[in-house]
Design a protein around this ligand. Structure first.
Ligand code: SF4
Ligand code: SF4
Ligand code: FES
Length: 265
């Protein structure tokens, strides 16, 4: 069914075109009821300029691929209504900050996901397929701490909003550290001291300034700041106990901290 044009008429949109040294280009398109920012990019590509590059998949806030900078703020665009962000009938669309630009609104997410790997952001289990399914109590503090960060969709909004990533590009960033914290609290995981060593270095959790832009901007309501605070506590404690020494070698250290189950308060 065709949507109605609003009385406000037209929307004026500035869109970043090109790579790192691109420029903003102006477009004008009709305002629609319930129009999202992603709808705007789609309208431009389908009706005004088919060379525009942008990224999306699910359109319902699940895949994390549609994030852009909207009027200077990183947001998911499929769940952001134009009516919330337009100023005097204008919006500005740019690619996410802190990531290399591929073209137009598309950034290269490789550095973002590489840091998940560097933070040991993958589950390391002790069981084989012959073992019974592990039972984790939904009420345990560790499980609740893991649950608090588990709905991350990898959109990169927090990463693009983080000043420390801008100043110190090697900083692992809020999403990778949040993922590490969910695994630290996963009672089945065996990476233990290896993961803590991975997030305890100069580019890890202790580089975070705790100002909370990541938590403020996360569209899923996740609080990476709290996760990072948890990592700071357990890594400091492990370092004082000498448990991180030599923890970088996976086969020697996996499971070296089996008792790490401290949860966020
Ligand atoms: S709280 Fe830490 S991780 Fe989050 S935006 Fe600030 S410096 Fe980055
Ligand atoms: S923590 Fe939030 S903002 Fe960061 S990648 Fe995950 S869903 Fe996106
Ligand atoms: S298109 Fe999937 S989260 Fe926006």
């Amino acid at each position: 069914m065709a949507q109605l044009e609003t009385a406000a008429g037209m929307l004026h949109v500035k869109v970043w075109r090109g790579g790192q040294h691109g420029v903003f280009q102006d477009y004008e398109l009709p305002r629609r009821d319930n129009q999202t920012v992603l709808d705007v990019a789609t309208h431009i590509q389908r009706h005004l300029d088919p060379t525009l590059s942008y990224r999306y998949a699910c359109r319902v806030g699940m895949c994390g691929s549609c994030a852009m900078t909207v009027n200077g703020v990183a947001r998911w665009t499929c769940r952001t209504h134009v009516s919330r962000v337009a100023r005097d009938g204008r919006i500005e669309l740019a690619p996410l900050s802190n990531l290399p630009i591929v073209k137009d609104l598309v950034t290269d997410m490789a550095p973002f996901f590489d840091k998940w790997q560097q933070a040991q952001g993958r589950f390391t289990g002790p069981a084989s397929r012959q073992d019974p399914v592990a039972r984790v109590s939904p009420a345990s503090p560790a499980r609740r701490a893991a649950d608090a960060g588990i709905e991350c969709i990898g959109c990169g909004v927090c990463y693009a909003s983080c000043d420390v990533v801008s100043w110190k590009p090697q900083f692992l960033g809020p999403a990778a550290l949040n993922r590490a914290w969910t695994l630290v609290n996963d009672e089945r995981d065996t990476a233990g001291a290896r993961r803590l060593a991975a997030v305890a270095g100069d580019a890890g959790c202790h580089a975070c300034h705790t100002q909370g832009s990541c938590t403020l901007r996360c569209p899923k309501g996740i609080a990476p700041t709290a996760a990072i605070a948890g990592l700071k506590r357990v890594t400091a404690r492990a370092a004082l106990r000498g448990e991180l020494t030599g923890a970088a070698a996976p086969e020697e250290t996996a499971g070296a901290l089996p008792g790490v189950t401290e949860a966020t308060p």
